[in-house]
Design a protein around this ligand. Structure first.
Ligand code: FA5
Length: 338
């Protein structure tokens, strides 16, 4: 015959030990193990319960009640601990899956436009402010657009002004990398009826040896105005206004007589430099009647002017660079300064 008090003491011990283990369970798995070891099928409490049969009926009631109380206490402790652990597990999972979309301050340094691109954008802004619209054309052109329609027939001596890179396509020397942006004038005049006030920025290619003021790939901005009664004075006034707007009041421009087959008269556009000299930025002039005829515009009714400036040279001057090639070598130490 077992002493019922022994059972009850053992139950209290068991319950206290189980509740301590429950409180210390660090995970849901650990909690499950404690549950199995205490109130599970093979748990100690279950074993004690099975021994109730060996007690006499009066004792059995008291011990049975103690078993039930211990079991309820353990169950309640498990439920409370499980709730806490579940919340913690969910928080840990969310933390692990969290995507940090905020930028690290060290990574917040932003890039900026290349100064050639920034210069082109500024040029566009200045001309758009003067009422011009922007157009673009292809970089691979036919001989007709790059030369013939611009009043430069085959074997014309002026072709020597542009060292041309030809593309191996079609008839020999029929397709080329445009040597200037002037062919876009032709495309614009084919597509739109006058009055025309347009600028055409883009890349140009020449077999020029790279030096401080030449690169084989460079950028130009072409300008074209076609309207009634346009004179050379309009061209000069436009360029003077442009110079002041782009370079600031300290820089002056001048027009020097020159020759281009597609303009008559023609001029070279120079700006004053900090060293007191003049820098050639491009050519300009009154659109030649033959160019108007090539695109079906009546030169008796319409007159106009055109210009073509080197964007890279403008960027070089504007930022005080010594060498045009610096714009293409992409040395971050240089580019970061602007
Ligand atoms: C022309 O290309 C004419 N199409 C300009 C023109 C347009 C005249 C409309 C009249 C009417 P030129 O070959 O001079 O002209 O080139 C114009 C400018 O492009 C030059 O002054 C220079 O600023 C720039 N340029 C020419 N070649 C290079 C090069 N290799 N590297 C950098 N810039 C260049």
């Amino acid at each position: 015959m077992t002493d019922p008090q022994q059972h009850i003491d053992r139950l209290h011990e068991l319950s206290a030990a189980a509740r301590e283990q429950i409180a210390n369970a660090a995970s849901l798995d650990e909690l499950k193990a404690v549950e199995a070891g205490s109130i599970g099928k093979k748990g100690e409490l279950t074993l004690l319960k099975k021994q109730l049969g060996s007690l006499d009926p009066d004792d059995r009631k008291a011990v049975g009640q103690a078993v039930n109380e211990a079991k309820s206490a353990i169950e309640a402790a498990i439920a409370a601990r499980r709730a806490t652990l579940e919340v913690e597990a969910r928080r840990a999972q969310l933390e692990a899956e969290r995507l940090d979309l905020t930028e690290h301050p060290a990574r917040r340094r932003r890039g900026h436009l290349h100064i050639t691109t920034a210069s082109r954008d500024r040029l566009e802004d200045v001309f758009v402010g003067m009422g011009y619209t922007v157009a673009e054309g292809p970089e691979v052109e036919t001989d007709w657009y790059n030369f013939e329609a611009l009043n430069i027939p085959p074997s014309h001596p002026a072709r020597g002004m542009w060292d041309t890179l030809y593309v191996d396509l079609g008839e020999p020397e029929s397709t080329l990398l445009r040597t200037h942006t002037s062919p876009v004038q032709i495309r614009v005049m084919q597509a739109a009826k006058p009055p025309i006030y347009m600028i055409m920025p883009g890349r140009a290619y020449r077999r020029d040896t790279a030096d401080a003021t030449h690169t084989p790939v460079f950028h130009q901005i072409e300008g074209l105005v076609v309207d009634r009664g346009i004179s050379f004075a309009d061209l000069a006034g436009t360029l003077e206004a442009f110079t002041a707007a782009f370079f600031g009041p300290g820089i002056h421009s001048r027009l020097r007589p020159s020759y281009f087959p597609f303009t008559e008269p023609s001029a070279e556009y120079d700006i004053s430099t900090a060293e007191g000299g003049w820098l050639e930025l491009g050519g300009c002039g009154m659109v030649h009647p033959n160019v108007f005829r090539a695109v079906g515009i009546d030169p008796e009714e319409w007159t106009g002017f055109a210009f073509g400036f080197g964007i890279d040279r403008m960027a070089k001057t504007f930022h005080g660079l010594a060498d045009l090639r610096d714009l293409f070598t992409n040395d971050v130490r240089l580019l970061e300064q602007f």
